[in-house]
Design a protein around this ligand. Structure first.
Ligand code: ZN
Length: 410
């Protein structure tokens, strides 16, 4: 039995609310009439603040191998109102009409009361040597989400629980990548900020609060000075490692972690051969690195782009082929360029997969692409994975894909 989604009809204050649960498959007809259930709200809500490594919000209670679909990550010390809980999640009321699910371990309850309303303050758009910024004064660290849009490239940032009252948006000429910034009220208490970018491509952004308080910052990365692989910092991630062994070969039992490392080292060599002096490797040895630590390590490294290498596996031994994955639409072009080149290896097309919930597809700070080279669970694919020559060929195709993507933007 799998819960597809919960739909809430909430009354402000959270004392009365109704849930409709839709159940999948044949259970739908049988259980629809029985499935509306009521859960006791945690009073009218308790205040909590985000803490720990990379706290995040999810749309609902969905769950799979990689967790539920994420709305996005939040900074620490962001204040939310917890109105209920479901299994390992707290349900938080973001605004009058929006809710989100958050893992319990990412929140800590705090004392305090919710004011009758909150108002947004002045905004500013400017740039420094490396980035452009939009800042908005807020009375509290409130939850937010950001969305990339394409054609033309634009960012949309929603700030929850605040009534728009920004009557002053200073725009300085030092901003080079941000073309226009304006806002609207998505709801009475949701401030939606639009940020038009100058270029067609997304090179990354990050939303956070300034270190001294409650000013929301949207940092926008400009394209690199030269769209030249030789002058960029390229991050390469060898999937799994240490106790996290990944998939195993169908015939030989070889471990994914060993072969992603061989391919990643080969990719590093290939990139250096092509003149890239700055290759950042998440690992060069067989070692355990948690996904959240990889993401934080990469945030620190500030790469121009990331390629993560994995090997796929299926319970069906007929499933085979190569695929690339992305989460944010703004980063799709990189994954398409790499897939186009990978297909030249004669591998079957498994596809270009979007909205993927992989931890290293989540970061918005730099373009990223997950490559599932081939299937360890398919005999022919596995034979190729075992071959050193194939590792070099994969490295070559991935780097050619990166180069194609850069060329397409010149
Ligand atoms: Zn893997």
């Amino acid at each position: 039995m799998k819960i597809r989604f919960l739909q809430y009809d909430a009354i402000s204050g959270g004392s009365r609310w109704r849930q409709v649960v839709r159940l999948s498959g044949w259970l739908i007809c049988l259980l629809m009439g029985l499935s509306a259930f009521t859960q006791q709200a945690v009073s009218s809500g308790r205040l909590a603040r985000t803490f720990g490594k990379l706290p995040y919000m999810e749309y609902g209670p969905g769950d799979d191998r990689l967790g539920g679909a994420k709305i996005g990550y939040l900074d620490s010390q962001v204040l939310v109102r917890v109105v209920d809980s479901l299994a390992g999640d707290y349900i938080v009321q973001l605004s009058q009409r929006h809710r989100a699910f958050m893992p319990k371990q990412g929140l800590r309850f705090v004392e305090g009361t919710v004011p009758a309303y909150r108002l947004s303050g002045s905004g500013k758009v400017f740039g420094d040597e490396s980035h452009d910024y939009v800042t908005i004064a807020l009375p509290e660290r409130l939850p937010y989400r950001s969305l990339m849009e394409i054609g033309p490239a634009r960012l949309t940032v929603d700030i929850f629980g605040v009534i728009p009252n920004t009557n002053w948006m200073t725009q300085l000429q030092s901003a080079r990548e941000i073309r226009n910034t304006w806002y609207e009220a998505l709801e009475d208490d949701v401030l939606r900020v639009h940020i038009d970018l100058s270029h067609d491509a997304h090179w990354g952004h990050r939303v956070y609060y300034d270190s001294i308080g409650t000013r929301l910052v949207v940092m926008v990365r400009r394209p690199p000075e030269a769209l030249d692989l030789r002058r960029m910092r390229i991050a390469v991630d060898a999937g799994h490692g240490g106790t996290n062994t990944g998939a195993a070969g169908k015939m030989t039992g070889v471990l994914e972690k060993d072969y992603t490392l061989l391919m990643a080292l080969e990719l590093e060599r290939q990139l250096r051969r092509m003149g890239c002096r700055d290759v950042f490797m998440t690992r060069r040895i067989d070692t355990t690195i948690e996904m959240v630590d990889r993401a934080l390590m990469l945030r620190e490294a500030e790469p121009d782009l990331l390629v993560s290498l994995h090997l796929n596996s299926s319970s069906l031994d007929t499933v085979r082929g190569t695929s690339t994955f992305y989460r944010h639409i703004g980063f799709r072009p990189l994954s398409q360029s790499i897939l186009n080149r990978m297909l030249q290896l004669g591998l079957k097309e498994y596809g270009n997969v979007g909205h993927f919930n992989f931890a290293l597809s989540g970061p918005t700070e730099y373009p990223n692409c997950l490559v599932e080279v081939a299937f360890l669970s398919h005999a022919d694919d596995e034979r190729r994975i075992l071959d050193r020559k194939f590792h070099r060929a994969v490295a070559q195709k991935v780097s050619e894909g990166i180069r194609d993507w850069l060329k397409s933007m010149r």
